[in-house]
Ligand binder design. Structure first.
Ligand SMILES: *[C@@H]1O[C@H](CO)[C@@H](O)[C@H](O)[C@H]1NC(C)=O
Length: 346
C-alpha cells in the first residue's frame, strides 16, 4: 500500500514535471533583453475603439471581435528598422475565419509602393489548430507573396507566447518565443522586394471569413463571440520617427540602427540556426518556394533544399501533416485525416 502510494505520487510528480516542461517554455524574454512599453507609451487605438480593452495597469490590451466590429491598435510612430514584439494569447474554441494579425506596414503612406512584414494567425474549426503565416512585401511587391505557414509546437490559446519581427537593413527574422522560425536576408536578387521604408506596427483582430479558413469555406460563427486576443509585454525598438516629420535624415538613425544590429536578437548563432532548421522541418506546412503551381519560376531568394522540397507538393503544401509532439491536447488535435487537415488549410 505504502509503496504503491509512494510510486503513484512519484509518477504523478514526474507527469506534472514533464507537463511543466512542455507547457511552460523558456521565459518569454530570454535573449530579448528589451524594455516593454505601456500601451500609451507607444501605441494608439486604430479601429473598433469599443472593442479595445486596456488592462488597469495599461500594460496589456485585449482586442475583441464581435458581430459588430473587430478592433486594432497601431504604433504612434514610424520605425526605420526595428524589433516589434508582443506576448499574444489567441482566442480558443471555434475560431474559423478569425484572423489575428501582428504586422508592420506603411500602406497608409505609400499606397502603390508599400512595405509589409506579417505575422498572421489564422483561426480554425473546433479541434483544429491555429496556423501561423509569415509574409514579406517590399515596395508594393503584392503580386509576389512570400507566404510561409506553420503549425505551432504548443497550444497558442492556452497561454501567451512571444512573437517578434526583427527588421534590420540586411536581415529580417521572425521569432516564436526565442526560436527564430524564418530568416530573410537582403540580397541583390531580392532588389526592392526587401522592405526599406519606415513602417508602423499594427495589431488587429478581424473577420477573415472570405479567406482565412479553407479559402472561406468556414465563416466566423458569432455564436462563439466575442473572440478575444490579448497582447502584453509590448516592445518597440529601433529608430523612432514622428509620422508628420516623415522620412528621417540618415544620421538620425545611425545610432539606433547600430544598437539594433548589435542586440542578441539580431545575431544568428549556430544554435539558433539549428533551432530554426528544426522548427521548419517539423512545423512548416506551406512555402511559396515550393509552390510551383503559383510560381513556375522560383524566386531568386529561395534556397531550395531538395530533401525538403520532396516533402512538399507542387502547391507548396506539406505532404504529411506534422503532428504536435507531447501535447496535452494530443487527442483533441490532429484527429482528422491528412486530407481533411489540408482542407482546413487556406
Ligand atoms: C519602387 O517602385 C516604384 C514604382 O514602381 C519605383 O519607381 C521605384 O524605383 C521602386 N524603388 C526601388 C528602390 O526600386
Amino acid at each position: 500500500m505504502m509503496a504503491l502510494g509512494f510510486s503513484t505520487r512519484v509518477i504523478a510528480a514526474i507527469v506534472v514535471l514533464s507537463w511543466a516542461a512542455v507547457a511552460a517554455p523558456l521565459p518569454a524574454t530570454k535573449g530579448f533583453n528589451v524594455k516593454t512599453l505601456s500601451f500609451d507609451e507607444g501605441y494608439a487605438p486604430l479601429f473598433g475603439d469599443g472593442n479595445l480593452v486596456r488592462s488597469s495597469d495599461g500594460r496589456s490590451v485585449r482586442l475583441h471581435l464581435n458581430q459588430y466590429s473587430g478592433s486594432g491598435f497601431i504604433s504612434s510612430d514610424l520605425y526605420q528598422y526595428g524589433l516589434f514584439s508582443a506576448s499574444i494569447k489567441l482566442p480558443s474554441d471555434y475560431t474559423a475565419g478569425v484572423v489575428v494579425a501582428f504586422y508592420t506596414s506603411n500602406g497608409d503612406m505609400f499606397e502603390k509602393t508599400h512595405d509589409e512584414l506579417d505575422l498572421e494567425f489564422l483561426g480554425n474549426i473546433k479541434g483544429k489548430e491555429w496556423r501561423l503565416q509569415t509574409n514579406v512585401y517590399g515596395n508594393g511587391s503584392t503580386s509576389r507573396g512570400r507566404e510561409e505557414r506553420y503549425l505551432l509546437p504548443f497550444d497558442p490559446t492556452a497561454e501567451a507566447h512571444r512573437y517578434s519581427i526583427l527588421w534590420t537593413s540586411d536581415t529580417i527574422i521572425f521569432y516564436v518565443d526565442d526560436t527564430p522560425i524564418r530568416e530573410v536576408k537582403r540580397s541583390e536578387a531580392m532588389g526592392a522586394d526587401y522592405p526599406t521604408k519606415p513602417m508602423m506596427l499594427y495589431a488587429t483582430i478581424w473577420d477573415g471569413s472570405s479567406w482565412a479558413t479553407s479559402g472561406g469555406k468556414y465563416k466566423v460563427n458569432y455564436k462563439y463571440s466575442p473572440f478575444i486576443s490579448e497582447f502584453s509585454s509590448l516592445v518597440l525598438q529601433g529608430c523612432r520617427m514622428d509620422p508628420i516629420q516623415q522620412l528621417p535624415v540618415d544620421e538620425q538613425c545611425a545610432d539606433a540602427e547600430a544598437e539594433l544590429a548589435a542586440a542578441d536578437y539580431s545575431r544568428m548563432t549556430p544554435d539558433k540556426r539549428q533551432a530554426m532548421r528544426k522548427f521548419r522541418e517539423r512545423y512548416m506546412t506551406y512555402s511559396f518556394c515550393y509552390d510551383t503551381l503559383r510560381y513556375p519560376i522560383t524566386f531568386p531568394d529561395c534556397d531550395i533544399v531538395p530533401a525538403e522540397q520532396r516533402r512538399f507538393t507542387e502547391t507548396g503544401d506539406i505532404k504529411n501533416m506534422p503532428r504536435r509532439r507531447r501535447s496535452k491536447h494530443r487527442s483533441k488535435f490532429f484527429s482528422g485525416s491528412v486530407d481533411s487537415e489540408r482542407q482546413a488549410d487556406i
